[in-house]
Design a protein around this ligand. Structure first.
Ligand code: S3P
Length: 183
């Protein structure tokens, strides 16, 4: 299967790395959050505010199944691996030859990146603006809950803190080319 799934916390660079990889490998680009927004016709932040997280997770799993078989670079939302059925789908995809990559980063780095897009992440600042330390603490709390899930799903991990988007995309493209040259 020729799918590359990018996993990682909010702010780990999934969307930007997916764009770079799709250009580099000449594969179509699928952004799960953007696909969800196309279907619901409002932003994810608005959907969370009016319907809540559980409704979002149901929708997310449905759209994940729709894109799961596409030959593409797929950038996932940071909460995808919190649901067991999503983890199962990613494990099956990896077993079938998909590359599932975890973009890892420290809470400090993630908080800095998340703060550049205020109001976009309902689970971080959906209840009102936070200062830097509050943001970092919120990120750390969720990261502690999720890190094992990211690692459980991923077949490959890239540390992103000290790397640029082209460097990260290059590491993943090399891995992809290695796997494919082995047939
Ligand atoms: C979420 C991450 C977001 C988006 C939603 C929930 C999460 O995507 O799906 O706000 O639970 O981590 P990004 O990881 O692309 O920000």
């Amino acid at each position: 299967m020729s799918t590359i799934f990018l996993l990682g916390f909010m702010g780990s660079g999934k969307s930007a790395v997916a764009r770079a990889l799709s250009r580099q490998l000449d594969l179509p680009l699928v952004d799960l959050d953007a696909r969800i927004e196309q279907q619901i016709g409002v932003s994810i932040a608005q959907f969370f505010a009016s319907h809540g997280e559980e409704a979002f997770r149901l929708l997310e799993t449905r759209v994940l199944r729709e894109v799961g078989d596409e030959k593409a670079v797929v950038s996932l939302g940071g909460g995808v691996p919190t649901r067991p059925q999503n983890r199962e789908m990613l494990r099956l995809a990896a077993g079938g030859g998909a590359l599932v990559v975890y973009l890892a980063a420290q809470s400090q780095t993630l908080a800095e990146r998340i703060r550049r897009q205020p109001g976009k992440r309902p689970l971080i600042d959906g209840q009102g603006a936070l200062d830097f330390e509050q943001t970092r603490a919120r990120v750390q709390g969720l990261l502690n809950e999720r890190e094992a899930f990211y690692r459980e799903c991923a077949s490959f991990e890239v540390q992103t803190d000290e790397r640029t988007i082209p460097q990260i995309a290059g590491i993943i493209a090399d891995k992809w080319n290695d796997v494919h040259s082995q047939g």
